[in-house]
Design a protein around this ligand. Structure first.
Ligand SMILES: CC(C)(COP(=O)(O)OP(=O)(O)OC[C@H]1O[C@@H](n2cnc3c(N)ncnc32)[C@H](O)[C@@H]1OP(=O)(O)O)[C@@H](O)C(=O)NCCC(=O)NCCS
Length: 289
């Protein structure tokens, strides 16, 4: 078995393999695969055996944080430590300069916890997908909230500045969002950018956001969420947030958001940063390109 970096020439085959492994109704598009490796080419790998791709692993750099996965191996090649080798290869790169390496997995795939435990991942707070309350988009929102639809280099710079202390670099994702005509909702007060929410609707709602601490952050958040929900497709009226962001979770409950499902999160031992602690920050980022 050989391990190769994922390149565009493998996309067709990976899309087929991915569909077989995960039994997706729709095959990932080449565009989607391109986005998954964009800026992350060095640490996405595929396993080749008998002249065919039999497994793959993607990972995503968020500056000091790493999102690890997804990973898959064709059924007839499973239980031969191919996943284990792909994980080792990927971690070799990821561990170089970061403070967190984490992954998310569906709770119904609980038996895969065995694999991740063996690779030194530990369970931390789950992520929760909340549905927007009915008719949320009909609530009023103020004049400081804007929808940005055109790519703007300066805005990306401002967001980078705004989010500097979170140790997450949103700019790669946001650049992609804006280049692909996804929506970005921002809150500006006295010419200062205070908040942003971004989302893409093609796969499902994936949202990045950040807000500074301030007395009125709940009111501001509400306005941004209302504005965002006006532009979300009907089936994408949901938002994902990790349970460690306790204050934000409380805020969503107070607004009548309802839990739709939860997703397990695991973090690599020695690379867990503060992931076992709760946080009162209002910050999140989607985890897939
Ligand atoms: C999960 C998956 C990638 C594992 O691939 P694999 O190549 O069979 O895994 P490995 O052979 O490297 O397994 C390494 C160890 O983890 C254990 N393990 C792997 N998958 C497991 C599972 N589903 N249940 C229990 N243990 C598992 C193996 O028993 C092995 O332990 P051992 O060293 O004691 O023998 C593969 O089953 C798969 O593609 N599943 C469908 C897609 C998926 O669910 N991906 C993960 C979510 S992103």
């Amino acid at each position: 078995m050989q391990i190769h970096q994922i390149e565009e020439k493998y996309f067709d085959e990976i899309a087929k393999v991915d569909q077989m492994i995960f039994e997706h109704k729709n095959r990932r598009t080449l565009e989607n695969l391109k986005l998954m490796i964009q800026y992350n080419e060095d640490w996405c790998f595929c396993a080749i055996e008998d002249g065919r791709i039999v497994g793959y692993i993607f990972s995503k750099n968020l500056w000091k944080e790493w999102y690890f996965g997804p990973i898959g191996v064709l059924p007839e090649y499973q239980n031969r430590w191919i996943a284990s080798k792909l994980i080792d290869k990927s971690l070799e790169y990821l561990k170089k300069d970061c403070n967190t390496i984490w992954l998310e997995m569906m709770p119904e795939k609980w038996n895969i916890l065995n694999l991740y435990y063996k690779k030194w991942f530990e369970v931390c707070f789950p992520s929760i997908i909340f549905d927007f309350p009915p008719n949320y988009s009909e609530l009023p929102c103020g004049e400081n909230v804007f929808l940005v639809e055109k790519y703007d280099e300066n805005l990306i710079k401002e967001i980078r500045e705004l989010t500097k202390e979170t140790w997450i670099d949103f700019s790669g994702d946001l650049k992609k969002i804006m280049e692909n005509k996804w929506k970005l909702v921002i809150y500006i007060e006295k010419w200062i950018l205070k908040w942003f929410f971004a989302q893409k609707t093609e796969i499902s709602a994936r949202v990045w956001w950040f807000v500074n601490k301030s007395e009125n952050r709940n009111e501001i958040t509400k306005e941004l969420l209302v504005k965002l929900s006006k532009y979300l497709d009907e089936e994408a009226q949901s938002i994902r947030i990790n349970w460690r962001n306790k204050e934000f979770i409380n805020f969503l409950f107070s607004e009548n958001f309802k839990i739709k499902r939860s997703v397990n999160r695991m973090v690599l031992k020695w690379y867990s940063w503060d992931y076992f602690n709760t946080s009162d920050d209002y910050v999140a980022r989607a985890w897939r390109g």
